[in-house]
Design a protein around this ligand. Structure first.
Ligand SMILES: Cc1ncc(COP(=O)(O)O)c(C=O)c1O
Length: 413
């Protein structure tokens, strides 16, 4: 049997995977145009000194077929502004997935609301509609639905459940900029949707950025106000209306983001192609590893790939498998994350001083978090992550399949 690289053998891939190149001359020209404007002495970098952020908002909303957009400084800021726009009472419950970024959960705490975790679907690790339904109470104020790793969640089903109870849905599209479900783009279903535009995502507005979309004019104004310290936009008041933060996007970021938006569809097409190629290869060649499939009637926009590991067929744990694959030159991770409710900050309720707000507030319903999402825990144990991007071609797909084959052959029971 061929020796694994981890044991001193020759790796399947000895050259690094191609770096992800997101920008070309279009972003360079857009950024240069803004910098040149600053040389004439005007307020060219702030959104109120130019037109780039306004235009980016219009174009972004147009892409998703939504009426209103508010550009902000990060995906976390987008989730926070979307949530704040709803004006929920403290101790309201917000249902969300335990398999998500902390940036989608911490805003719930900042709004003095209580996170309630729904379990996930084992295959995609996305929020389960049935579990969401079970966890709705009289105190539920919102549901945040993540489309994880570019795989659409069952968003129409979730929206139907939410509508029955008159609960707003926020789609978290941080990892999904151009995925479709039943012919509609993810991000066009919920009451609001929130995007991250940091540079690791499908498209970026520079280093960091975010966007909030909605068709509801009141929510739009609230999100916009919140993202600028409660300024009285669309109001006759002279002073600020409520507390908020300064989450404004800059002109430079928006100028870059506008160029990136034009590339969104192409990026998704290329990522889908590489995803399908790797998935087919796995189906034909492997028995213990499987690439996670998107739900029927959907077109994913893969960000990274979840690889299902059939543990009973292998002699090694994920950590060893990941090390072996990395040594073969393949960018994998042994596990995506630890469920949010098992993370230190959450378990210890490290929030505002020693107060343990919002959990310790009067009227907060006591929530039992320990092992509250068993499917999520099991799914995380049985899935590894495989990092891909739109710059990968046939050679990268082949190397990935061959490396997994080599590692599988070695560790197969
Ligand atoms: C699902 C999800 N939501 C929210 C965020 C937060 O976005 P940002 O890092 O831009 O603040 C991320 C970031 O990775 C994410 O993956």
């Amino acid at each position: 049997m061929e020796k694994l690289a981890i044991h001193g053998g020759k790796p399947v891939r000895s050259t690094p995977m191609p770096p992800r190149i997101m920008f070309d001359k279009t972003e360079k020209q857009a950024a240069t145009r803004i910098i040149e404007k600053t040389m004439t002495g005007n307020q060219a970098l702030d959104r109120y000194g130019g037109i780039e952020v306004d235009q980016y908002e219009k174009e972004f909303a147009g892409f998703f077929g939504r009426k209103f957009a508010t550009a902000v400084s990060s995906g976390t800021a987008a989730i926070h502004s979307a949530l704040a726009s709803l004006g929920l009472e403290p101790t309201s419950e917000v249902i969300t997935s335990p398999i998500t970024d902390t940036g989608a959960v911490m805003p719930i705490i900042f709004q003095q609301c209580i996170p309630v975790f729904c379990d996930v679907e084992y295959e995609t690790l996305n929020p389960s509609p049935e579990s969401i339904k079970e966890r709705i109470t009289k105190k539920t104020g919102a549901i945040i639905v993540v489309h994880l790793a570019g795989m659409p969640a069952r968003i129409d089903q979730i929206c139907k459940i939410a509508q029955k109870h008159d609960i707003p849905v926020i789609e978290d599209c941080a990892q999904t900029h151009c995925a479709k479900y039943k012919g509609k783009l993810a991000g066009s279903f919920g009451t609001l949707s929130a995007f991250s535009l940091m540079s690791g995502k499908h498209t970026t507005s520079g280093g960091q950025g975010g966007m909030v979309l909605t068709d509801d004019e009141n929510l739009y104004w609230n999100a916009k106000r919140f993202a600028d310290r409660g300024k009285p936009f669309n109001s006759t008041e002279e002073t600020n209306l409520f507390i908020g933060l300064n989450y404004r996007m800059t002109e430079l970021e928006a100028a870059i983001g506008r160029q990136q938006l034009k590339k969104n569809k192409k990026i998704a097409e290329k990522r889908r192609k590489i995803y399908k190629q790797i998935m087919e290869g796995f189906k034909q060649e492997l028995v213990a590893f499987r690439i996670v499939e998107a739900i029927p009637d959907s077109e994913p926009d893969p960000w990274f790939l979840f690889v299902h590991v059939q543990k009973d067929k292998l002699k090694a744990e994920n950590q060893i498998l990941a090390q072996a694959l990395q040594a073969e030159g393949i960018p994998v991770g042994k596990k995506y994350i630890i469920p949010i409710y098992q993370q230190k900050w959450f378990k210890e309720k490290n929030t505002f001083g020693t107060s343990k707000f919002p959990w310790s507030l009067p009227y907060a319903r006591k929530i039992e978090y320990e092992h509250c999402c068993p499917v999520a825990e099991k799914a995380l144990e049985n899935h590894m992550t495989l990092y891909i991007h739109e710059g990968y071609g046939n050679k990268e797909a082949e190397d990935i399949i061959n490396a997994f084959k080599k590692v599988e052959n070695f560790f197969l029971k």
